[in-house]
Design a protein around this ligand. Structure first.
Ligand code: NAP
Length: 292
């Protein structure tokens, strides 16, 4: 069983590789853009650049199952379609797709893009598992190359919304389970958000765990947009993120704090809570407190 992991150097993909690499019944192949990064993963790797179609066929040769993730760019639509077209030609059977938040009625643009990719996966005839994580807890470690906690202040843009959160490592574990046992997870959509907290609650939890006074500063979304664009992020994608902050703050996102009870059934353990996440990343949060 040969499994190709795209985004294998990213937050989620790297953990999917870690989850699967010790399973001797599987051949895990990391798809990477950089040889140097590939060598750090401890598994076979192949070159795959989603912007270079000529890299697809060699990477997909003999592959049975794929973990498909894309980065924070509107190019995800074009990249996913081209990749799936080539995967169909290569007789890939099962696709586990990393999507985003929301139910089928979602109207937030970048969530909808992911749902259109889901529909394309189905239309192309793959067996599939769709993952729909809510907010990554890792966003509070940093986002788009910038730290989120500066001098103990959590700078975010959600107003007073209460949000549903998930640890990327939990997302990766469900991806791994779905890749390993594709038949059991075929046709499933797993929404993933396991701890509902406002950012004031998160600040309180961090203060208790780290022993320093964290606080949430609800910043204007304009500040977010200026910051991420200056860091070189994709304007189309980030404009959608910018817009969705207003929707959250104005209460226009339905059930933003919805949590799900599928994780223990899928993995046999409890999902990570904010308290556990704060403990796991205590050093990073502590550094955030002293960051000027
Ligand atoms: N942040 C959230 O709260 C949240 C919530 C729900 C869903 N999501 C979804 O999660 C996904 C992002 O996951 P992540 O945080 O794990 O991403 P990430 O850490 O930013 O990693 C991106 C990965 O994609 C690779 N990549 C980027 N462009 C590529 C290209 N042209 N060809 C091949 N590989 C490419 C990167 O490789 P390099 O190492 O070479 O750059 C890296 O491995 C997005 O689709 C987002 O919508 C995020």
């Amino acid at each position: 069983m040969r499994i190709l992991i795209t985004g294998a150097t990213g937050q989620v993909g790297r953990k999917v590789v870690e989850n699967l690499k010790s399973d001797s019944s599987l051949e895990v192949i990391a798809a990477v853009r950089s040889k140097k990064k590939g060598e750090s993963l401890g598994v076979q790797f192949v070159e795959l650049d989603l912007d270079r179609i000529e890299t697809f066929a060699p990477a997909l040769q003999g592959i049975d199952r794929v973990f498909l993730m894309t980065g924070y760019t509107v190019d995800m639509m074009r990249q996913s379609k081209a990749f799936l077209d080539e995967a169909a030609k290569a007789n890939v059977r099962h696709v586990v797709h990393l999507g985003a938040c929301g139910d089928d009625e979602a109207t937030v643009a970048h969530w909808v893009w992911h749902q259109l990719v889901e529909r394309y996966i189905e239309w192309r005839g793959f067996s599939f598992t769709h993952l729909r994580p809510e907010q990554f807890m890792q966003n509070l470690l940093g986002y788009s190359g910038k730290p989120t906690v500066v001098n103990g202040v959590i700078e975010q843009y959600f107003g007073q919304a209460r949000l549903s959160w998930v640890d990327c490592e939990d997302v990766a574990e469900v991806a791994a389970v779905s890749l390993r046992d594709a038949e059991a997870h075929n046709g499933q959509t797993y929404r993933m958000g396991y701890d509902a907290q406002s950012l004031n609650d998160v600040a309180r939890i961090l203060s208790e765990v780290i022993g320093q006074p964290f606080r949430y500063d609800s910043r204007p979304p304009e500040e977010f947009l200026a910051k991420v664009l200056a860091a070189g992020a994709d304007p189309a994608y980030m404009n959608c993120v910018y817009q969705h902050y207003f929707a959250y703050a104005q209460g226009k996102i339905p059930h933003p704090d919805q949590v799900f009870d599928n994780f223990e059934r899928l993995t046999g353990r409890k999902p990570v809570t904010w308290e556990a996440f704060a403990k796991k990343h205590a050093d990073t949060f502590r550094a955030g407190f002293t960051r000027p």
